[in-house]
Design a protein around this ligand. Structure first.
Ligand code: S3P
Length: 451
């Protein structure tokens, strides 16, 4: 299925030799989006290094340009000249976010409290995803929503003359919703408060503080977080902002090294923020040989190099509480679980149903197509593995415009007796354009399938 504007490109992965060598994964997608958003908003110049140049992030950059920011590539860095908080311009044309939920939802927050109209469009995947979770709090702040498609894209936001700050308890574990409310609060007078019962990735809080926002976080005895943001304050550009490597991209290479016999791979500069390390924790519980080396701080975040060797894995129960810290990693965890001895049980997966695809259904279908024993529940998945992978592979996986489904099943095919194909690998460019190149560099076999 096309829908990304380009041609679908089918791809096949086949088992071959061990994966070996050292690679650096590209910049973190969440942080890269925010670098363009906050740099584009803050007064003065922000210089960003290590930015992820994936299609999702570039779409956010174009949206910020359309609202007045200057964004240019300067060698390996990006230079962003922001407009100043409160000074975004009305976009003349619709803002097209392609496949990017983070770009669309955070920008809705950012502009939703401006007294102008902004129209949001996206690809078939993004246009099927629920936006009500962001629109609900925006309406409470005074934003009007014009949409014929019931809380889905395309839609137009029209902010009020003066936005009302709100106190909002985030009803699901979502960093995007938390962030959208905080960004809307930047243009509202007084204090906007977000209550987060379950902690999600905290990049918005940390980065807004770095750009000079008056933002505080309090965590109570029950781990409920209260985030307070003083609206209409000054934000200033950050002279040197370094984006750490994306742990959600590293995840594919980590699992590939674990399941391909003889592998020994080092992944450099991976973000180790504890709101993002649930997969590593789970794989170590499963018996994975993952050494965390050279721990350091870069750009205000913990980063490290990961040395990963082929390992005998065993199935584990992954508790629902861990879901927020590995929400994008379940598809590839299912692939690791396919090679583990015994059953892996994953719970609390309801949010997987509203990602770039219904990821729970897409993973289950991909496992079924390749002979992996599993059971899919409403919000859980079990996978019963076979360390020898006997009988695995031979299937073609429907990716539903979902980059992580494509990469997960290509990783599966690096270790199965029969190759695994995906119907479309073009979407991988949204988050990890270097994926196929890096896998080949490590010795893996990925090849396009003629259409
Ligand atoms: C993201 C938050 C998560 C995650 C997405 C990136 C972010 O989404 O799945 O890939 O950058 O804030 P939700 O907020 O929907 O959980």
């Amino acid at each position: 299925m096309a829908g990304h504007g380009g041609q679908a490109q089918a791809m096949r992965a086949a088992a071959g030799r061990a994966l070996t060598g050292s690679v650096r994964v590209p910049g973190d997608k969440s942080i890269s989006h925010r670098a363009f958003l906050f740099g584009g908003l803050a007064a003065g110049r922000t210089r960003v290094t290590g930015l992820l140049e994936g299609e999702d992030v570039l779409a956010t950059g174009r949206a910020m340009r359309a609202m007045g920011a200057r964004i240019e590539r300067d060698g390996k860095a990006w230079v962003v000249d922001g407009v100043g908080n409160g000074c975004l311009l009305e976009p003349e044309a619709a803002l097209d976010f392609g496949n990017a939920g983070t770009g669309a939802r955070l920008t809705m927050g950012l502009v939703g409290t401006y007294d102008f109209a902004a129209t949001f469009v996206g690809d078939a995947s993004l246009s099927a995803r629920p936006m009500g979770r962001v629109l609900d709090p925006l309406r409470l702040m005074g934003t009007q929503v014009l949409s014929r498609s019931k809380g889905r894209l395309p839609l137009t936001l029209q902010g009020p003359r003066a936005a009302a700050p709100i106190e909002y308890r985030v009803p699901m574990a979502s960093a995007q919703v938390k962030s959208a409310v905080l960004l809307a609060g930047l243009n509202a007078p007084g204090v906007t408060t977000v209550i987060e019962p379950v902690m999600t990735r905290d990049h918005t809080e940390k980065m807004l503080q770095g750009f000079g926002a008056a933002l505080s976080v309090e965590t109570d005895a029950a781990s409920v977080r209260t985030i307070r943001l003083e609206g209409q304050g000054r934000l200033s550009g950050v002279s040197d902002f370094a984006v750490p490597g994306d742990p959600s991209s590293a995840a594919f290479l980590v699992v590939a090294a674990l399941i391909v016999p003889g592998s020994d791979v080092t992944i450099e500069n991976a973000l180790m923020n504890p709101t993002r390390t649930g997969l590593i924790e789970t794989l170590i519980e499963m018996g994975a040989s993952i050494e965390i080396l050279n721990r350091r701080v870069s750009g205000g975040e913990d980063v490290a190099d990961l040395r990963v060797r082929h390992s005998a894995l065993r199935g584990v129960d992954v508790p629902a509480e861990r879901a927020p810290s590995m929400i994008d990693e379940y598809p590839v965890l299912a692939v690791a679980a396919a090679f583990a001895e015994g059953e892996t049980r994953m719970e609390g997966l309801d949010e997987l149903r509203v990602k770039e695809s219904d990821r729970l259904a897409a993973v289950a279908a991909g496992l079924a197509a390749n002979g992996v024993t599993h059971e899919e529940g409403e919000d859980w998945l079990t996978v019963t593995g076979r360390p020898d992978g006997k009988g695995y592979g031979g299937g073609t996986v429907a990716t539903h415009l979902d980059h992580r489904i494509a990469m997960s099943f290509l990783v599966l095919g690096l270790a199965t007796p029969e190759p695994v194909s995906v119907d479309d690998a073009a979407m991988i460019a949204t988050s990890f354009p270097e994926f196929t190149g890096l896998v080949s560099e490590l010795g893996g076999t990925l090849e396009p399938v003629a259409g």
